[in-house]
Design a protein around this ligand. Structure first.
Ligand code: ATP
Ligand code: ZN
Ligand code: MG
Length: 303
């Protein structure tokens, strides 16, 4: 497979899988693409069904206060998005319209709101867990889905600005959360085999910002806190992370004051599936016509 980044995006447009908007990383999806995502979600939910204690779906925004508490601006300011809105009177409105008509920068007429765009599906969960008080002995095991935003415009169709993550989050003891992550690494491999996608798991790091970020990224690698399920989509040399397996130790437990039954800060781990990336991997390897996908793949997804 050659490096086909640009042409795969063009192919997705010409095949009517995605629709161009003029902004890189912001696309409409076809009905067939959405069908694949919903089939994949059902497929994913068939793993470890009895372990899940509850399910939640989040809107694409979270509260600004929780966003601040999360510390996202410390680590990833380059990726963050916040919602601004016009909050003025009639007079201010006139000024706004004049500004737009003149082709000037009208952002100064917009004020910050209480809403930030959700950067990862698990972020809005932690304050909910925190409010409930200490976890029970079994901890928590939650299935989530959310639209996420990251300001990383790209011509690589697998790097969108707005995309969905399905996540499983485990909170509890170090043992519970690490066992959860190991189980999901194996399940991830099993899923990829059944979907007949070339794949491998590797240790990874998040793109922490700036000079201090380099140290954080290498620490994260050394401690093997993040693994990714890599699948070639737009490049053989640089395969794409379609799943990630993260162990946060007790960092989020401390940040959010989530406690174990004995009062110690909870450990947390999350497994994230990039839903658009998984759909793109399937289209890339099995073709644009889902009716002609290999029998094994069809039976995994369509049952
Ligand atoms: P990458 O290294 O490719 O930037 P990531 O490490 O930032 O990925 P995570 O932060 O672990 O990814 O996000 C969880 C999952 O969300 C990833 O495994 C991936 O499948 C998906 N994902 C992340 N960023 C994007 C994006 N820009 N577009 C589409 N899916 C994404
Ligand atoms: Zn997460
Ligand atoms: Mg990233």
């Amino acid at each position: 497979m050659m490096d086909v980044q640009v042409s795969f995006l063009d192919q997705l447009f010409s095949e009517g899988v995605l629709y161009d908007s003029g902004v890189d990383g912001l696309y409409a999806r076809s009905g067939e693409f959405e069908e694949v995502i919903s089939r994949f979600e059902t497929f994913a939910l068939s793993y470890g069904k009895d372990e899940i204690s509850e399910a939640m779906v989040f809107p694409p925004g979270m509260t600004m206060q929780n966003f601040e508490t999360s510390g996202y601006m410390k680590s990833f300011p380059q990726l963050a998005g916040t919602v601004h809105a016009f909050c003025g009177n009639d007079h201010d409105h006139m000024g706004l319209l004049q500004c737009i008509a003149a082709g000037d920068d009208w952002s100064k007429h917009q004020k910050p709101t209480q809403v930030a765009l959700t950067p990862a599906a698990c972020y809005p969960l932690y304050p909910i867990l925190s409010r409930r008080g200490p976890l029970g002995e079994d901890g928590a095991y939650v299935a989530l889905q959310s639209y996420c935003f990251r300001h990383e415009p790209s011509r690589d169709p697998a790097r969108m600005q707005m995309f969905r993550m399905r996540e499983y989050v485990r909170a509890g003891s170090a043992e519970q959360t690490m066992a959860f992550r190991e189980t999901w690494k194996k399940r991830g491999e099993d899923m990829m085999k059944r979907l007949e996608l070339p794949h491998h798991v590797d240790v990874a790091n998040d793109p922490f910002f700036g000079r201090a970020g380099k140290i954080m990224a290498s620490g994260q690698r050394e401690q093997e806190l993040k693994f990714e399920m890599l699948v070639p989509i737009t490049s053989e040399e640089n395969p794409t992370a379609c799943m990630s397996f993260n162990y946060h130790m007790d960092n989020f437990g401390k940040v959010w004051d989530i406690r174990q039954a004995d009062g110690a800060p909870a450990h947390t781990a999350c497994v994230g599936f990039g839903l658009e990336r998984l759909a793109l991997a399937l289209f890339r390897h099995h073709g644009f016509d889902t009716a002609r996908w290999p029998e094994g793949v069809r039976s995994a997804l369509w049952g």
